[in-house]
Ligand binder design. Structure first.
Ligand code: ZN
Length: 240
């Protein structure tokens, strides 16, 4: 079984004046957990900012193979110590999938070490998500491209280090392009960032988006899981 933890700040969806409260009445985390939980090889739990320590402890991370992260206006409310725990868990092998505005989340920024900035616009542009690396496991079952009737526009330049792979490229009816699906490796951990998923659009109900997230979970699950990747061992010589 792949043990998945879906983490969501869960702020917008609780605000009755925010459209996301009707699009995701039970929160984005439960929308994602809902479709992942139908898979026989996946065991899914959720956590939010409302939980003590954001629902993230050493024990929780030890029992998580892949974490999925959605955040937006509450990035600063995630304590640094929690971000550090997630960061180190990834270095030790835990997979991580960062969605949409999680590009500015503390764990993602720590893992990238760059600005992670981009341009953005909420104008309901149509987005076409193009598969730029069809052989990548995260693109399995996805056609040449798929279209999202409306999502928030994100555009280049995207302040990330050079990715291992650019699996998807986004094009918007407003003219922008964006590296919408990119992978990274950090020590033993695999990381996928995926751009679709603004809170006021039903993006996480889209079958293609669901397929990409499911593929990403299976791809990111650890091959090896260490506990002390931060240590620098000092062994005796093997030749004496
Ligand atoms: Zn957004």
């Amino acid at each position: 079984m792949i043990r998945v933890l879906v983490w969501n700040e869960y702020i917008h969806e609780k605000d009755p004046n925010n459209a996301s409260s009707t699009v995701y009445p039970h929160g984005i985390h439960n929308a994602i957990a809902g479709f992942l939980g139908k898979e026989e090889d996946i065991e899914v739990t959720t956590a939010t900012l409302d939980d003590e320590n954001c629902g993230i402890t050493d024990e929780v991370l030890k029992n998580t193979d892949v974490i999925i992260w959605w955040g937006h206006c509450g990035h600063d409310r995630v304590p640094d110590v929690v971000a550090q725990k997630v960061h180190e868990a990834v270095l030790n092998g835990m997979g991580a999938v960062f969605l949409h505005s999680a590009h500015k989340s503390k764990p993602f920024m720590r893992l990238m070490g760059t600005s992670c900035s981009l341009i953005w616009r909420e104008s309901g542009d149509t987005e076409r998500v193009w598969v730029s690396k069809p052989s990548h496991p995260i693109a399995a079952g996805i056609d040449t491209c798929f279209e999202l009737e409306a999502d928030e526009t994100y555009g280049e330049p995207f302040g990330i280090p050079n990715p291992d792979d650019i699996v998807f490229m986004g094009w918007y009816s407003g003219g922008e392009v964006f590296r919408s699906g990119v992978t990274f490796t950090r020590d033993n951990g695999r990381i996928f960032y995926f751009q679709p998923g603004h809170e006021t659009f039903p993006t996480f109900y889209d079958p293609n988006v669901q397929r990409v997230i499911l593929n990403a979970v299976r791809w990111a699950k650890p091959d090896v899981r260490t506990e002390n990747v931060m240590d620098c061992p000092n062994p005796p010589s093997r030749n004496k």
